[in-house]
Design a binder for this molecule. Structure first.
Ligand SMILES: Nc1nc2c(c(=O)[nH]1)N[C@H]1C(S)=C(S)[C@@H](COP(=O)(O)O)O[C@H]1N2
Ligand SMILES: [Mo]
Length: 412
């Protein structure tokens, strides 16, 4: 198990600056000037002293260990989220070294007909490839609006993205191994390590009901937008489940277990990724046994243009655009309001390319007089679910906030 402090000590013992340079993947140009006994800050406990690998400096970093970084709404304007702008939610420490030639995926568990291990090459050659646009959203996206506040990463609106994922159908792989009729759930294990460094603890090990695992859109993916998945998003292999909290989509995937009961891995039990089985008043303490696993995520949308704070001239019209997504079949309408929700107008809306892809909406807005406005957007899905205007169902862990997105606009 990787341990940064130990590794550092080893380095300092063989105190060869070229060695340290190799660790960073680049020479320390003025290394010989570094005073004896002083070590490069890159060897301290800061996880990523040179920025997040493969990620844009524009991401908002909430936390460095584990890494949690979100994407501002206006940076999510592309129909598919670029890899370097896709949010990162780590519960532990990513694997230090990934060798695609020796990486394997094992399928086992009490409800598997047999245990089977695939190399990456076998996965790629044995099963049909699919590319699907699938939205991933952290269950805690929007937590920062909770009152009373909920502990955990204070995500604003940016723990969401939609990418074109390439890989195989999870169902095809499970069927190849054989699923017993008593199967209830699948669980995943990844090659990241617990923050404590304890090799006996998992950072996270969640999963989905077997029916969800068998959906056509449930994937084991190795590529994102036509490139290798970025290291921080689970290179070289991850699960992708649209419509469920992204915590189900295991990164650095090395094992899937087919269970005859609800998977009981790390962060499946207790209060993690659960909501009160029955709605509670804000601030209520809820016992573990009254907390239920979050499955389908609610309908939601995001205005990605203009950036909040935009100023336009009187008589100028304002184009707006963004995305809407749902765990239902599709989003059927998106509406906007400029009068704090009194009246709503319909936006143009694109078809979804496949289930769980986010859809693009747009409109052109005229404002009646100079002044301060807010543009609100709300999506309605094919199950007739609509976004609320304010925080829905408060819950102790701060999940499932799908309140409509608001931007401020000044007409001057
Ligand atoms: N192995 C592993 N898988 C994981 C996690 C993790 O920490 N380790 N985080 C989960 C959570 S809580 C979320 S929201 C998504 C985030 O995916 P991303 O970092 O690619 O955006 O990955 C999920 N899969
Ligand atoms: Mo998450």
């Amino acid at each position: 198990m990787y341990n940064k402090k130990q590794e550092r000590r080893t380095f300092l013992k063989n105190t060869l600056l070229t060695g340290i340079g190799a660790y960073f993947g680049m020479p320390i140009v003025f290394g010989k000037n570094l005073p004896a006994g002083m070590e490069p800050i890159g060897l301290s406990d800061i996880e990523y002293p040179l920025g997040l690998p493969g990620k844009s400096d524009l991401l908002t970093v909430l936390n460095d260990r584990p890494v949690n970084a979100e994407t501002a709404a206006h940076l999510l304007d592309d129909a598919l989220t670029p890899n370097n702008l896709f949010f990162v939610r780590n519960n532990g420490l990513p694997p230090r070294k990934v060798d695609v030639n020796t990486w394997t995926l094992t399928i086992e568990g009490e409800s598997a007909m047999k245990a089977k291990t695939f190399t990456l090459a076998e996965l790629k050659s044995k099963f049909k490839h699919y590319t699907q646009n699938i939205t991933l959203e952290c269950g805690g996206n929007g937590r920062s609006e909770f009152n009373p506040p909920a502990k955990g990463n204070q995500w604003s609106t940016g723990a969401v993205g939609c990418a074109a994922w390439t890989g195989v159908r999870l169902a095809d792989v499970l069927k190849e191994v054989g699923v017993k009729s008593d199967a209830v759930y699948i669980g995943y294990y990844g090659e990241d390590s617990h923050l404590s460094g304890d090799p006996n603890k998992d950072a996270i090990s969640r999963g989905v009901p077997i029916a969800k695992a068998m959906e056509n859109e449930s994937m084991i993916a190795w590529a994102m937008n036509g490139q290798d998945i970025p290291m921080l998003n689970g290179h070289p292999l991850r699960l992708v489940f649209g419509g469920y909290p992204a915590s189900c989509s295991g990164k650095w995937l090395s094992k899937i277990v087919i269970r005859d009961k609800v998977h009981d891995g790390q962060k499946m039990t207790g209060k993690a990724y659960r909501k009160p089985c029955k709605p509670v008043a804000p601030g209520t303490k809820v016992a573990d046994e009254d907390m239920c696993i979050i499955e389908r995520m609610p309908v939601k949308s995001l205005i990605t243009y203009p950036k909040t704070g935009a100023t336009i001239k009187t008589n100028q019209s304002l184009p707006i655009r963004g995305h809407a997504w749902t765990s239902a079949d599709a989003v059927k309408a998106v509406e906007y309001s400029i009068d704090f929700g009194m009246t709503w107008s319909t936006c143009l809306l694109s078809q979804s390319s496949n289930k769980y892809a986010w859809q693009q909406f747009s409109a052109t807005i005229k404002f009646p007089a100079p002044g301060y406005y807010e543009v609100w957007a709300r999506a309605i899905d094919t199950d007739d679910q609509t976004q609320p205007m304010i925080l829905p169902g408060w819950n102790p862990k701060g999940y499932l906030n799908n309140a409509c997105h608001r931007i401020a606009v000044k007409v001057a």
